[in-house]
Design a protein around this ligand. Structure first.
Ligand code: ATP
Ligand code: MG
Length: 140
């Protein structure tokens, strides 16, 4: 497997509870390098665009309102097989199903307020990185 980059969000429930550092430590312990990072607050339009793939789902409104409720930390993670590795470190979407030691098992509050987002494929990783970061912000 080659070196990849993936996109991560530390979500409002986590930034609000001062878990930014604890979550970043989980990435670094797993061998993922944080090559870009910034704290921002999404607008409703940005949240709706970012989660556009879920626009027909019943939880879409709730998800977008949650994502704009507090600042988030957006990051680019780099490493061997980074996309799959990050999903593994994150754990299952629903914390009740997440494996021991994963971020969602340790920190998530519910299926909606689940502390982190991570890209699910190379195409979405590239799109999501470009949505939040310019080339100049990616030093490697
Ligand atoms: P993410 O895309 O945030 O990395 P994921 O890929 O594990 O998470 P998706 O199915 O893409 O999960 O859902 C996107 C997000 O929508 C979830 O992370 C969660 O915050 C929210 N969500 C998913 N299912 C539900 C649900 N049944 N009820 C409320 N919120 C949900
Ligand atoms: Mg997803």
């Amino acid at each position: 497997m080659a070196i990849q980059r993936t996109f991560s969000i530390i979500k409002p429930d986590a930034t609000k509870r001062n878990l930014t550092g604890a979550i970043a430590a989980k990435f670094e312990e797993a061998g993922l390098r944080i090559v870009a990072s910034k704290r921002i607050q999404l607008t409703l339009a940005q949240a709706q665009t970012f989660y556009g793939v879920h626009s027909e789902r019943p939880f879409f409104g709730e998800l977008c309102e949650f994502m704009i409720s507090e600042p988030i930390v957006v990051q680019v993670l780099e490493g061997e097989d980074a996309i799959a590795k990050n999903r593994e470190v994150m754990g299952a979407t629903n914390p009740a199903d997440a494996a021991e030691g994963t971020i969602r098992k340790e920190f998530a509050l519910s299926i909606g307020e689940n502390s982190v987002h991570g890209s699910d494929a190379p195409e979405t990783a590239a799109e999501e990185i470009a949505f939040f970061f310019s080339g100049l912000e990616l030093v490697g």
